[in-house]
Design a protein. Structure first.
Length: 111
C-alpha cells in the first residue's frame, strides 16, 4: 500500500508549505484520517470518494467549512467500517463540546 498524497485532495486549504489549519481540531482531524488509513481502516481511494461526496453536498462552500466536511466523511467511514457506532460518535462529540465550553480561552481542551 503506497502512502497517500493528502495534498492531492480537492480544495484542501494549503499554502506553499502544505496544509493550513485555522483551528487545532482541524489538524487533529487531518492527522486522524491519515493515521486510520495507515492502520488499514480504509483505502485512500475510499477516503477520497467519501470526502468528495461530502464536498459535493455543499457546492456553495467557499472553503471555510472544508474540515467540517472532512470530519463528516471521516465519521461516515468510521461507521461504515464499524470502528465506532453512530451513538458512540454522537456521545463523544457531546463530551468534546462540553469540555470545550468549560475550558478557559487559550487553554487546551481536555476530556
Amino acid at each position: 500500500m503506497s502512502a497517500p498524497d493528502p495534498l492531492a485532495l480537492p480544495r484542501l486549504p494549503r499554502d506553499a508549505e502544505g496544509p493550513v489549519f485555522a483551528e487545532p481540531w482541524q489538524a487533529q482531524a487531518f492527522a486522524l484520517a491519515l493515521e486510520l488509513h495507515a492502520r488499514g481502516a480504509f483505502a485512500w481511494t475510499e477516503w477520497a470518494q467519501a470526502l468528495s461526496a461530502e464536498l459535493a453536498r455543499d457546492p456553495a462552500d467557499d472553503g471555510t467549512r472544508y474540515y467540517e466536511h472532512w470530519v463528516a466523511a471521516l465519521e461516515a467511514l468510521v461507521a461504515r467500517h464499524n470502528l465506532a457506532g453512530m451513538d458512540e460518535l454522537s456521545s463523544r462529540k457531546t463530551a468534546w463540546e462540553n469540555a470545550y465550553l468549560r475550558t478557559p480561552h487559550g487553554k487546551p481542551v481536555e476530556l
